[in-house]
Design a protein around this ligand. Sequence first.
Ligand code: NDP
Length: 466
Amino acid sequence: MLGAHAYPSPRRGLVTVEAVDFFVIGGGSGGVRAARVAATLGARVVVAEDKELGGTCVNVGCIPKKLFVYASHVPHQLELARSFGWDAPEPRLDWPRLRDAKDAEIKRLNGIYARILETAGVTVVRGRARVTSPTTVAVGDRVFEARHILVATGGRPIVRKFPGAEHAMTSDDVFHLPALPRRVFVVGGGYIAAEFACIFHGFGLEATLSYRGPLFLRGFDREAREHVAAEMRRRGIALWFDNQITALRKRGDGALDIETSDGRGVTVDAVLCATGREPNVEGLGLAEVGVELSDGGAVVVDGHYATRVPTIHAVGDVIDRYNLTPVALAQGAYVAKRLFGEGASEVDLALVPTAIFTQPSLATVGLSEEDARAQYADIDVYASTFRPLAHTLGGSDERYMVKLVVDRATDRVLGVHVVGGEAGEIVQTAAVALRAGATKAVFDATIGIHPTFAEELVTLRTPRAR
Ligand code: NDP
C-alpha cells in the first residue's frame, strides 16, 4: 500500500500525493532489477514506464536481435547439412512469420516482467515521468513523493545529420519492418551496425556496411577486428571503410540512391543508421532539479550511482558507461541494496566480457593486444587461427581465431579474444578464469575437451615472435 496525502495546487486544485520509498523511472533491465530488489527488501516501490516493460534489451535490443541472429544462421546451417549428406532445401525466409513469432515471444517476456514486479509488490504506473523536485515525480495527473528516485531511462538511437537522413531507419525500426528490403546499406561500425549487416546477409539480403574509419569495431583487439572483417567479406558482405554517407535520395519507385565521401554510390531499398545511441533524458526535468548532465546528455553519477542531488540515482545506458544489460542489472541491484538493505559490494567493472553477434561472432574479455602494450612493459601474445571441424567436409574456408594476451612479468592472462562459432559462450567462462587471476600456466595446466573449439584456449603453447 502506498501512503498518500493531499495538498492544494494553484494550477490543479487539490492534488493527492502518493508517498513511496523508491520511485524508479524506466522499466528496463536496470530499473526492473532495482525495483524488484528494493521491494524484496521491504521498500514501497513504483516503476514508471511509458512503453512496454523490459526496455531496450527485451523490446528492441538484445533479445529480438539474438532471435534474428539465430534465424540468420539457418542458411549457413543448411549448407553445413548438405556437406553432411542431407538433402536440405534452398532456404527462403518468410519474414512476416519470423517477425510475428518474435513479437509473440517479446509479448510473453513483457508479461513476465509485469508478473515479476507484481509478485515483488512493485506498483507499475504507465506514463512518462517528470522529476519536479529532488523528492517528487509527476506522471500525468499523479504526483509521487519519494525518499529516493532512480533514473533508469536507457538510451535511444542517434540519427546523424546528412541530406536525406529522414529516409534512413534506426535499429528500433528494423524489428517491425512490414516487408524485408532486398538491398540494405548500414551506416556505422559499432555493435549494432556489424551485427545487423550480418543478420541482413543471413536473411539473404544484399548488405553493405559503411564505416567512417579504417577498420570497424573500434576499441576491440585489432587482429580480432581484422579477422571478423575478412570473414564477413568472404561471406559476401560489402565493407566500405574510410567511407561516409554524404547524401541519400529517395526515387519515385521508393529505391534510395546513396552518395558517399569517396565517390562511390549505390542504390538500395533501405538504409539503417547505426551511428550510436544517446541517453534518454529529454523531458525528465533532471537539469532543472540540479542533476548534472554530461555534454552528451548522460546523467553524471559517482561510484555509487548517486547524482549531484543525493536523493536521485541513475543506472544503465542513461549514465553511458558500459551500455550492456548485465552491467545495468548489477548497477540496479547495487543501488537498491545500498539504499534499502545492509549495504552491497560495489559493481566491479574491470573485466566485463562482451560479445558482438556478427557471423562469425567476436567475444572478448580483458585487454586488447594494443591496450596491453600501452599499459604493460612486456607482453606475450598467443594466437591461432584454424578451420573448425564442422566445416571440413563442406570445404568451407571459414576460419576461427583464439588469442591470449599475457603479462610477461606475472604470467597473468590480460585478455582473451575469440572469433567464431559460439565465441560468447566460450568467453563467458574464460571471464571467470580472468577474474580469478588465472595465469597462462593455469590455462596450460587445464585439460582440454576434445574435439572442441574452446580447447584451443588451453593448447596455445608458443608465443608469437616479437
Ligand atoms: P557504438 O558506439 O557501438 O557504435 C557507434 C558507431 O557509429 C561507431 O562505429 C562510430 O564510429 C559511428 N559513429 C558515431 N558518430 C558518427 C558520425 N557522426 N558519423 C558516422 N559514424 C559515426 O554504438 P551502437 O549504436 O552500435 O551500439 C550502442 C551500444 O549498445 C554499444 O556501444 C553497446 O554498448 C550496446 N550494444 C551491445 C550489443 C551486444 O552486447 N552484443 C549489441 C548492440 C548494442 P567511431 O567508432 O569512429 O566513433
